[in-house]
Design a protein around this ligand. Structure first.
Ligand code: DX5
Ligand code: ZN
Length: 216
């Protein structure tokens, strides 16, 4: 299977957002990665529901929404209404993660669980069979343009082993510091989906950069 590519609009030009959305629509990308930050779970605030709603009106590909917010249950229905297709919450932000996953599914969305760089794969042992996607953070969440954390490759291998052991089917998505070099090694290690923000939008030809990532 080809690698799924999810460009992160955090690095897009917000003054010309429509142009960047059209670029992604017409590229080899598979999803739109939308980073929602609350200034509490992570030390940064990004954008919220009104913008997601507007994006969903012209996006021709699924919205892969990454919630970096505390108590995400409060907003699951709202993100569904705003057009979210995949809703990913952080393990570290959910006291009743299983209930949160049930809630996401009951709203007809795919459910993802994200792990911070310091959170071990083992915490997924009793939830992996109930989710559709694991988003491994390869930087500390909160900002684009950070450098890649090398331990991610080892975590992918551990996650793959857990998925095999549980005989389940889960998309492994990696977020942070992805470029052609790290991307190649991530795919070799077993990544199914790559998020890329600054590498795509700061490149001279974003469409071509997405095509190159897609070929990894
Ligand atoms: C970081 C976000 C990422 C970010 C990735 O908290 O979750 O999705 O946009 O940006 P790059 O690709 O620049 O590391
Ligand atoms: Zn993200």
């Amino acid at each position: 299977m080809q690698t799924l590519i999810s460009p992160s609009l955090l690095a897009a030009d917000f003054m010309n957002l429509k142009a960047d959305i059209d670029m992604v629509n017409n590229s080899d990308a598979d999803w739109f990665h939308l980073d929602i930050m609350d200034g509490v779970f992570v030390p940064n605030i990004s954008y919220g529901l009104p913008l997601v709603s507007q994006i969903s009106k012209i996006a021709k590909k699924p919205l892969d929404v990454h919630l970096m917010i505390i108590d995400p249950d409060r907003y699951i229905e709202a993100f569904k209404k705003a057009g979210s297709d995949i809703l990913t919450v952080h393990y570290e932000a959910c006291t009743h993660l299983h209930r949160t996953v049930q809630n996401i599914h009951s709203h007809g969305m795919k459910a993802g669980v994200s792990l911070n760089p310091h959170t071990p794969i083992s915490v997924l042992e009793d939830i992996i069979q109930d989710i559709d996607l694991v988003l491994l953070m390869s930087v500390n969440p909160g900002f684009g343009g950070q450098s890649f954390i090398e331990n991610t490759y080892t975590k992918i291998k551990k996650l793959k082993a857990l998925i095999t052991e549980k005989n389940t089917d889960v998309i492994i998505e990696i977020d942070g510091g992805v470029n052609l070099e790290t991307g190649k090694k991530l795919v070799e290690a077993g990544a199914d989906a790559l998020v890329a923000g600054s590498f795509v939008f700061n490149s001279t030809n974003p469409t071509q950069t997405i095509a190159e990532l897609k070929q990894l």
